[in-house]
Design a protein around this ligand. Sequence first.
Ligand code: PLP
Length: 383
Amino acid sequence: MLTRDDFFLRQDIRFLNHGSFGATPRVLLDECRRWQERMEQQPVLMHRELPALMYQARIALADYLGCKAQDVVYVTNSTFGTNVAAHAIGRTLGAGDEILVSDHEYGACIRAWNTHAVSRGAVIVTAHIPMPVPPIDDIVDIIWAGVTERTRVLFLSHITSPTAITLPIAELVRRARQRGIITVIDGSHVPGHIPLHLDELGADIYTGNMHKWMCTPKGSAFLHVRRELQDAIGPIVVSWGPESQSLHHSSFIDEHEYLGTRDPAPFLTVPYAIEWMTSNDWPAVQERARTLVRWCMDELTSIPGITAMHVDRRDEQLQMGAVLLPVGTNVDDLKRKLYDEYAIEVVVHAWRSAPIIRFSVHAHTTQHDLAALVAAVRDSFAP
Ligand SMILES: Cc1ncc(COP(=O)(O)O)c(C=O)c1O
């Protein structure tokens, strides 16, 4: 069984924020370093070999994500993937065309749409999902109520960052497809966390991080674009494109894969990471984590004034949990106190004025870590 000893994490900190930046185990960083060392032994040779190596890495990734290798490229992170989508689509939108989003989106990605699309006349329409959040199936209608004649794009997180909920993406993608609305899905928290089969899902554009829940080195993410749309999704960074030393499998790959000199090692580490997950019985890792999340949610919500983010507790199916704190909680003070006095690294923030704790559980997390959080929170809200 994987434990904290497999990671570099400091022993003196209870690390309950895997969700923000992940944490990479020793073996995966070793593999990443092997690629870097191989590159430094003969950088020019590595450059020549890179298209074939990246092709192999893309095949392994596509197999894992349930899609074709021609339809997916490695990108540095999902902020980048979202920017590619917003940049390309933003240029095609007319004044008054609408981009429908929820009010649980990641702020940096909304900034990308503002910069690339709203600045050209498009409008963001925001669907309001109340907190605590209603049962997941009800959220379909809440979001869909925001669709109008002018809706051109639906941009949503598959798993939300501020509130740790799963949005009903499959049904929304299905409805959007029928209406000719382009779907752009931010799956930053999805790979390695909840099941994903991109071809079955059928979203037009989907970006996700491997460096969060798959624990790969930072800077390993993907961008998937449905074949029919690929010609319309140009790169945000223009490099050699079809004139690069690629295998010329498609102009989509050519345009998005070679972006000038950068470190390919995090991408090349992904196939090894997928094998590592399999050899460590990933379903068991996930089940253990979800069980701990549910235990911690029960404990935290037994503290007077604290409520679960989900109205229907059966919707708690993630390795992250979020609770709503008493109204008026000073989140900055609480965050400082949890870190300075209890050495707990956890998300404490206000989302749309609601004070929230979001905690994460992965292979390195113990029940003691979570019990320490519960005790510290209980202590902080003691009458
Ligand atoms: C929903 C969501 N989108 C985008 C991001 C950005 O991820 P990255 O920094 O890897 O681009 C995050 C990071 O936490 C996120 O939670």
